[in-house]
Design a protein around this ligand. Structure first.
Ligand code: F6P
Length: 496
């Protein structure tokens, strides 16, 4: 039976400023501190009644049972008949899954030690090829934390457009490069083609044993062996770790190399702290749950088709792209977990950018456009730069002022200059940006996605929607695909 959203749909649409005026304790009720992260949802339309209504929905959808099943390593990805074990990578899953993850981490750590000890020769550059979940997570980690670690230069290439690789070839020395091939399935066309081109570049650059300079990160080691990688340099991860949830596994290898093992361990521990919070805390005080309630309220009741995340920190510039896959591939579904059509909107479109840049490009629409876009600001108290303090002060003040302006609005007799206000935003403020807080932040996002999926009654862990286009491209490549007139014309124009 479809879940009953009546109570949520009937919540009064009180203005944000009135909610503050009516409740002096609103900030306390709708803010939380956990794992070095401060969450503030007070500028959203969440109320105590709204939380109670969502708690009732969560009960009807058995969120508690499903959360338990997630942490117990039960088969919750039912359409693919798999358990979901990314939490075990952080030590928080079922005992046997945790033991397996730890053994694989030990293997990864040993290979990092060997590379540091120059067992594969003198390596200065790491060229990681992978796509989707096999690139976005490590890229975010390396870009956020590893830029100046001084250990290795890491480049992460995903696009099959050769221009992406050529850019790296121009910077890296082939004789000092380690190729890391990251693919859960080890069949993804883009990744395999990119990997072959890197091998060719290395061979042409004078490397005699190119396969001796390859590491594979995969859930299908046999395929990697077949492709030519030596078994000792294959870092497997469990099939039950989904691609977009895999940065904690060996897919995080380039980040662990760039940061060093201690930082990677901190990343896992930060995530584990968020796991424990999610697992043990009542929903009304539970960060991922409250954030999901706010998201669902806007998407389901206020019919917001998008939600925007703006990172007010250059180090987190890749966060919106990472979130796009996490949220849209997980919850962009049209059927329920029982295979029935979803009668409600699925996840909203995730988009965003970096502040303050975005203020001068897209914020016009956020303040005055006809769309209501819930905004999420992510900022860090401790600066990531060493320039004058004014830079960071301006950065943070801008983030805070945007949230205030969205909510307050401003009257003006000239309608073109008026701001309606009452536009929601939430803020996540990190004390500092390090491996631990970033781990906690990413785990928070994973669990928020999980809660939304459960409340919508969908399976957040499959992704059948990506298959059709892939299959058609493959068939077209083999010359066996009949296309519509328009597509056939485009192919003819491009290839004759
Ligand atoms: O096409 C989508 C997808 O299957 C993602 O879910 C996955 O992260 C990505 O492709 C890469 O897949 P693989 O790691 O198997 O190469």
């Amino acid at each position: 039976m479809p879940a009953d959203w009546t109570a949520i749909e009937q919540l009064p649409a009180t203005k944000l400023t009135d909610l503050f005026a009516a409740d002096a304790g609103r900030l306390d009720s709708f803010s939380l501190d956990i794992a070095g992260l401060h969450f503030d949802w007070s500028k959203t339309h969440l109320t105590k009644d709204a939380v109670a209504a969502f708690e009732a929905l969560a009960k009807a959808q058995d969120l508690a049972g499903k959360r338990e099943a997630l942490f117990a390593g039960k088969v919750i990805n039912t359409t693919e008949g798999r358990s979901v074990t990314h939490v075990a990578e952080r030590g928080e899953g079922a005992e046997e899954d945790v033991a397996k993850a730890q053994a694989l981490h030990a293997r990864m750590r040993a290979l990092i030690d060997a590379i540091d000890g120059e067992a594969l020769g003198a390596i200065a550059h790491i060229l990681h090829v992978g796509i989707g979940g096999s690139a976005l997570g490590p890229d975010l980690l390396v870009d956020a934390l590893g830029r100046e670690s001084g250990r290795y230069d890491v480049a992460i290439v995903s696009n099959v457009d050769g221009a992406a690789l050529e850019e790296v070839f121009a910077k890296f020395d082939p004789t000092a490069t380690l190729l890391v091939v990251a693919s859960k399935t080890f069949t993804t066309k883009e990744t395999m083609l990119n990997a072959e081109s890197v091998l060719q570049w290395m061979a042409e650059g004078g490397v005699e044993d190119v396969y001796g300079r390859v590491v594979a990160l995969t859930a299908d080691p046999d395929k990697a062996i077949e492709w030519g990688v030596d078994e000792t340099r294959i870092l497997p991860f469990a099939d039950s770790v989904g691609g977009r949830y895999s940065l904690w596994s060996s897919i995080g290898f380039p980040a662990a190399l760039a940061l060093g093992w201690d930082d990677f361990a901190d990343l896992l521990e930060g995530a584990a702290e968020m796991d424990r919070h999610f697992k043990q805390t009542a929903l009304g005080q539970n960060a991922p749950a409250l954030a999901a309630f706010a998201d669902l309220y806007y998407a389901q009741v206020r019919h917001c088709e998008t939600r925007a995340t703006f990172a007010y920190d250059e180090r987190l510039r890749l966060l919106p792209s990472y979130l796009q896959q996490l949220e849209m591939e997980s919850n962009g579904k049209g059927v329920t977990i029982d295979g029935e059509p979803l009668t409600r909107p699925s996840a909203p479109i995730t988009w965003g950018g970096v502040g303050t840049d975005a203020q001068h490009a897209v914020f016009q629409l956020l303040h005055q456009g006809t769309h209501l876009v819930p905004v999420e600001f992510v900022a860090v108290i401790e600066p990531g730069d060493t320039l004058s303090e004014d830079h960071h002060r301006q950065l943070l003040l801008n983030a805070f002022a945007q949230g205030a302006a969205l909510m307050a609005g401003r009257d003006n007799a000239d309608k073109a200059r008026a701001y309606s206000g009452n536009r929601p935003s939430s803020t996540i403020l990190l004390d500092t940006l390090d491996a631990r807080t970033l781990g906690a932040l990413i785990a928070f996002y994973e669990h928020r996605t999980f809660v939304s999926g459960v409340l919508l009654g969908i399976n957040s862990f499959d992704q059948f929607g990506v298959e059709l286009g892939k299959e058609m491209a493959k068939a077209a490549d083999a010359g066996g695909q009949e296309f519509d007139v328009s597509t056939a014309d485009l192919i003819k124009r491009a290839f004759g």
